[in-house]
Design a protein around this ligand. Structure first.
Ligand code: SAJ
Length: 447
């Protein structure tokens, strides 16, 4: 049998490779368009027919800088189209890249149903000569112990007739396009042929290093990257509590500490949200096949970060009390509800807990967010200015540029006398707040 690599390499060179992306969310769609932009023919499959229809009109169903114009261009050039007809998309594809969600289920256990369903669709169709890439974040051991056994029920066999490889996505929503091109990528090799095919394909999109390693190592390293971040944010949040008690500003402590060449203290805040960081530590400690290793730091860091929304609400409540006010009956304007600045994603956003807690304590809560589709249970403010004058507390929950770049010298003149400015994302320095005579509180700042 002729070796598959030379034929595959030739098809890459002649741009005769067709790529099918399974799952057109925050990872799948940018990935699809980067391969289309590199000259490949890309079909995007999504189970949600509404998303398929919107995308084929050249419009994105979520906010991501630069994606709308790239999508319109790729649709116009017929380099990308979306479909909900999986068998047809698969039949035409040389490469299938699975970018489905791997959320948490009950008790923070990994829910791999979307991945299993994608593999279940694949296995019902001929897979000869295809390269199957998984980009979703998955517990260690998933490729070997869950994906391959499902795909091997196909009439074709893994590593003989078709190939499987794990390439964890590394894009940060909000800067997806540059991150796909700029960030080094890891290829988790299940067999050497698949790994070589994947490297040859991805180097047309990735302008940085492509690191080859074992598939289990790749699955684990992806989760370690995000767990490292979660633990370090928890460390910053714990130090924030110490600084509040010491009546010093953690941001000054971080500025000074980070001058050490081997210190990189992260930023404390109202909490840790998004589809990845809150979830990946749970995937890491739930490998397929179970885990006996002792766990302390990783679960505890999750608890520290999950406690931050309530801690922030207590800071707001204390500040209102100092003005002889209580949360009950106060008008509170929350600025930002998405999980981080300049994105429209609200998944696991700390804002949901803060808004819910303030409302349950009887506050009259408005929320303004320029990106978010909704504002949880708050009443939607049409702009930063609406309800600013009547607010007893102005609460920063997301570091959108609009809030970071706002003219607070001018805006603060419209604050109600004694209004609390609660900075959950450290967008304003205490020095500036003092100069502007703003009644300023913040995570990690003991006023
Ligand atoms: N946050 C802090 N303090 C910090 C940094 C972040 O409180 O110092 C908060 C943010 O406000 C946000 C949450 O943590 O609520 C997550 O923010 P993030 O900046 O980690 O953003 P993500 O989740 O969009 O992206 C992460 C990135 N992972 C790492 O930086 C190691 C990205 O590179 C990954 O590709 C992405 O997860 C993913 O998809 O896995």
């Amino acid at each position: 049998m002729a070796h598959p690599i030379p034929k595959f390499l030739k098809k890459i060179e002649e741009r005769r490779i067709t790529v099918c992306i399974v799952g057109l969310g925050q990872v799948g769609l940018p990935t699809a368009l980067m391969f289309a932009d590199a000259g490949f023919t890309v079909t995007g499959y999504d189970i949600n027919e509404k998303i398929v229809t919107i995308l084929n009109t050249g419009k994105c169903h979520f906010n991501e800088p630069g994606l709308n114009s790239l999508l319109a261009e790729c649709v116009a050039k017929k380099r990308f189209r979306a479909t909900s007809d999986f068998p047809k998309a698969l039949k035409e594809a040389d490469v299938v890249i699975i970018c489905v969600a791997t959320p948490l289920g009950d008790n923070n256990r990994p829910n791999l149903d979307f991945l299993k369903n994608a593999c279940g669709m694949l296995v019902k169709n001929p897979l000869k000569d295809k390269l199957i890439v998984i980009e979703s974040s998955i517990p260690p051991g998933t490729t070997k112990n869950l994906v391959v056994p499902i795909l091997n029920k196909n009439r074709h066999r893994v590593s003989k007739d078709f190939w499987v490889v794990y390439i964890p996505e590394r894009l940060a929503p909000g800067q997806a396009i540059e991150e796909i091109a700029r960030t080094a990528r890891i290829i988790g090799s299940y067999d050497s042929v698949g790994a070589e095919m994947a490297r040859a394909l991805y180097k047309n999109v990735i302008k940085n290093e492509i690191v080859l390693t074992d598939v289990n190592v790749a699955e684990t390293s992806k989760l370690v990257e995000n767990t490292y971040r979660d633990v370090n944010i928890a460390f910053a949040n714990e130090v924030a509590g110490i600084c509040e008690e010491l009546k010093i500003d953690i941001m000054e402590v971080i500025r000074v500490a980070n001058t050490h060449p081997r210190v990189h203290v992260h930023t404390p805040g109202v909490g840790v949200g998004g589809p990845c960081i809150p979830k990946d530590p749970h995937l890491l400690i739930s490998p397929v096949g179970g885990l006996d290793a002792p766990l302390n730091v990783i679960p505890r860091a999750r608890q520290v970060n999950e406690a931050m929304p309530d801690h922030f609400v207590s800071l707001i409540s204390d500040a209102l009390l100092k003005k002889k006010k209580s949360v009950k009956g106060s008008t509170i304007l929350c600025l930002g509800v998405t999980y981080k600045g300049n994105v429209s994603d609200q998944r696991d956003s700390p804002a949901e807990k803060v808004i819910g807690s303030l409302i349950s304590q009887g506050a009259n809560v408005y929320a303004y967010d320029p990106f978010a589709p909704g504002v949880f249970n708050a009443k939607r403010a049409k702009s930063l200015m609406e309800h600013l004058k009547s607010a007893d507390a102005i609460v920063i929950l997301t570091d959108h540029d609009e809030f970071k770049n706002a003219d607070w010298a001018k805006l603060s003149k419209q604050f109600k006398s004694g209004a609390v400015f609660a900075d959950g994302r450290r967008i304003l320095s205490p020095e500036t707040a003092k100069k502007l005579k703003i009644n300023y509180i913040a995570v990690g700042y003991g006023s």
